[in-house]
Design a protein around this ligand. Sequence first.
Ligand SMILES: Cc1cc2nc3c(=O)[nH]c(=O)nc-3n(C[C@H](O)[C@H](O)[C@H](O)COP(=O)(O)OP(=O)(O)OC[C@H]3O[C@@H](n4cnc5c(N)ncnc54)[C@H](O)[C@@H]3O)c2cc1C
Length: 475
Amino acid sequence: MTIEPIHIIGGGMAGSEAAWQAASLGVPVVIHEMRPLRTTDAHQTDGLAELVCSNSFRSDDWEYNAVGLLHEEMRRAGGLIISAGDRHRVPAGSALAVDRDGFSADVTAALSAHPLITIARGEIDGWPPKDWSSVIIATGPLTSDKLAQAILAKTGEDSLAFFDAIAPIVHFESIDMNRAWKQSRYDKPGPEGDGAEAYINCPMTKEHYESFIAALLAAPKTEFKEWEGTPYFEGCLPIEVMAERGGETLRYGPMKPVGLTNPHNSGTKPWAVVQLRQDNKLGTLWNMVGFQTKLKHGAQQDIFRMIPGLEGAQFARLGGIHRNTFLNSPALLDAQLRLKADPRVRFAGQVTGVEGYVESAAMGLVAGRMAAAERLGREVPAPPATTALGALVNHITGGHLLGESGIAKRGSFQPMNVNYGLFPEIGPIDLKGPDGKRLKGADKGRARKRLMSVRALNDLEVWLQGQMAPARLAS
Ligand SMILES: Cc1cc2nc3c(=O)[nH]c(=O)nc-3n(C[C@H](O)[C@H](O)[C@H](O)COP(=O)(O)OP(=O)(O)OC[C@H]3O[C@@H](n4cnc5c(N)ncnc54)[C@H](O)[C@@H]3O)c2cc1C
């Protein structure tokens, strides 16, 4: 029986992994890669899986770091990107950094040598032809303009973003609720039925506010690359740009202190208030409302920890504004990563709203397995949400808060690296150290991460057992 190929558009981190997974399951694949005939503003070579900037896959510690756990899950799932990364490892302490040329050459050679994989060089400049019955679009943050326009035409004008304007996200457990409190302005439920305690509020005195503004103005900022342009629009200005417009601008904007009473100090009105809004259904992550920023990452941590209640803040993600093409995935994709409006088409990689080399490859791994299974008349369920792979799928298809209409609020879905805040909580735990004493603070946090990682690997095994294991690369 002849099996029709899966067409994968884009031979980057996600497309390469998706192709490897599908072909390893016995399904033919055509990878359509536009380079070198047409290139992007960041890629330099014609190699598949080119790393466009840093050569790091970040922490390789599976016990205590969510991206390290993702590495380990991808190893166990026979991932090409991680096995090539392991083979081309360069010294980087506890991180996995790679020789970028050797890594890309290895991935290109493995895919070129596979009998079920064809590599077709050329841009796909419109919606995939009707006779391609299974397609994965993995064209990344720099998707070519013509394809981006075709995606927009298919999905609607609010469905595709061309820049991310990211506000920092804080782990709930690191917010000091003895200083902050929950309340919506004027105790009003929001237009989409949010409760009267939908926000966490951090109060500032006049002195706090003035030193905060001074620190913002003095802090180092990152510049846009020449080709990125300056994508500011009035509704979404970086906080430091607002501060430059005048010392009071933020107090009349996102930090306005109106409609709120501080229960820890009800006699004194705050001079300014920083608000955080729940970011995931689990309630473990909260984003700083209106705090999109181009401040350098080190400066962000120092300055945002000046805010009362956030002195010990742990950030799941820091702010940024970059050129980045990504879908409003929670509204557009189903749990099989298929486009609801045209289910023969899946999306994978950074264009789905994950962030980073490893996360993008991870979504290629899942999409490749799902598409191949479908071709073989089977179905691979999404990985359990307790795994790093599943937590990412859940972020892009199910974990984000939706409005009453069931549609993700415009602009509220933003790309994310993997982090423990995306995982379901482990339940009440009473952990004891070697001395028999109950663990507290950072020690308890570390122990909790390890428990989550062990749970993830156990649950991953169950998910993998339900599928045919792809061949591992010879090492
Ligand atoms: C300037 C910049 C710097 C970055 N730095 C980092 C970093 O340091 N660390 C990190 O983890 N992440 C970084 N990223 C994010 C990184 O690009 C992604 O995490 C990762 O490469 C995304 O993988 P992907 O497979 O989704 O897309 P890519 O790896 O970009 O692959 C997409 C592929 O699709 C091809 N393509 C696009 N349109 C078409 C088309 N119409 N037809 C055919 N082929 C097409 C492209 O040529 C490309 O090969 C950076 C991104 C940018 C833009």
